[in-house]
Design a protein around this ligand. Structure first.
Ligand code: ACO
Length: 337
């Protein structure tokens, strides 16, 4: 059992990693199987390509290489980790959680493995949980994963085209560690508004029905993600800036102090509108949705790992992570790197 430590104060990101499956799917590939076009997809979402997992490649399979890279970059091993937090809305199975599968597959000690289901906001919610455990001295190193294998659930017919052109598969991981230095996670801010649950949801399987999924559900496509695109857009362009400003105000900072904003990669048009509302330089908001599409809980840790490898984040920089998604949920975190 991990002993409580009273001398630990801050939680910082000591390592990151990401992995995307090999198969690249272009907009033209989608246009060959449904009524869409490269022009429509790029104009509405900015997406050029996304990755799709291979048959038999599930969420945990994608997470493992990302975790290996994160551990390596933190110079830690599986034995150093005190808790696994696994954010996903596409777990390998309905139960148990993917965190347990990963614990076994990678040979972690018999530590806690906690799946969280907060969709696109999952990584920032997970960061908030990790921050509390570290600040209070309970744990020293926490593994936080955001991973999704969404492609097997997408409706690639004309009927599902409004949703399926947006999403892709991938995984990102971060190690959250304790430090007594003056840096790390400064604050996190979590929100939800469940009255909009049905604007972005998967209705079946549902415990309100017995059996939880029926042939009629499958025929009606109730097991597919459904999105009210206009409502999502309207709320996202308000909640992203709100959550960023909330994080700045909580730390007496302003936009000029921020080196990089890493948003959930929902849609390039949403990010551009958020950038316009906030002001600041063009490259303040990080984007890699062009390559990977929307990878839900994986998008922030993938973007963070790429931004670090590109030299976009240096020691001492202030960075904001911000998310919005199904629930609706939204959240932000301000980090001094
Ligand atoms: N290819 C071609 N045409 C399409 C496609 C497609 N993939 N999908 C829908 N269409 C058609 C519709 O059938 C409709 O056709 P119609 O006018 O003949 O009926 C037309 O395109 C609608 O296009 P728009 O006029 O652009 O519709 P709207 O203004 O409602 O915009 C959109 C739709 C692009 C989805 C917009 O609502 C949007 O960008 N929403 C944000 C959704 C989003 O990005 N979600 C991210 C995932 S959720 C998250 O991460 C938080």
């Amino acid at each position: 059992m991990t002993q409580p430590r009273s001398d630990v104060r801050h939680a910082y990101i000591s390592g990151t990693g990401f992995f995307v499956p090999e198969k690249v799917v272009t907009n033209d590939d989608l246009a060959a199987i449904m009524d869409t076009s490269d022009e429509w997809i790029q104009e509405r979402t900015g997406i050029q390509t996304r990755r799709f997992a291979a048959d038999g490649e599930g969420t945990t399979d994608l997470a493992i290489p990302a975790v290996e890279e994160a551990l390596k970059s933190a110079s830690l091993t599986v034995d150093d980790i005190d808790l696994i937090i696994f954010a996903t809305c596409t777990p390998d199975h309905y139960l148990p959680g993917s965190g347990c599968l990963l614990q076994d597959r990678m040979g972690f000690r018999e530590i806690g493995a906690l799946d969280i289901r907060v969709q696109c906001s999952g990584f920032v919610y997970g960061l908030s949980i990790a921050d509390q455990y570290i600040k209070t001295g309970v744990y020293r190193n926490i593994l936080l994963i955001g991973a999704e294998a969404q492609s097997s659930g997408l409706d690639l017919s004309d009927e599902g085209r409004d949703v399926s052109v947006i999403f892709g598969d991938g995984a990102g991981a971060a190690i959250i560690s304790a430090t007594e230095e003056d840096r790390g996670i400064l604050s996190t801010h979590l929100h939800s508004e469940g009255k909009y649950a049905r604007e972005l949801w998967v209705e079946s399987p549902s415990t309100r029905n017995n059996p939880t999924i029926s042939t009629a559900d499958l025929e009606a496509g109730r097991h597919r993600l459904k999105m009210n695109g206009r409502e999502v857009f309207r709320h996202a362009v308000a909640r992203f800036p709100e959550a960023i400003v909330e994080a700045l105000q909580a730390n007496n900072l302003n936009m000029d102090d921020i080196t990089l904003v890493i948003p959930h990669q929902a849609n390039l048009r949403i990010s551009q509108m958020v950038a316009n509302r906030l002001g600041g330089p063009n490259d303040l908001i990080y984007s890699n949705i062009q390559k990977y599409g929307n990878t839900t809980a994986a998008s922030i840790p993938i973007a963070m790992a790429e931004a670090i490898s590109e030299g976009r984040i240096q020691s001492g920089d202030y960075v904001v992570l911000v998310a919005f998604g199904s629930g609706f949920t939204w959240a932000s975190a301000l980090i001094k790197w």
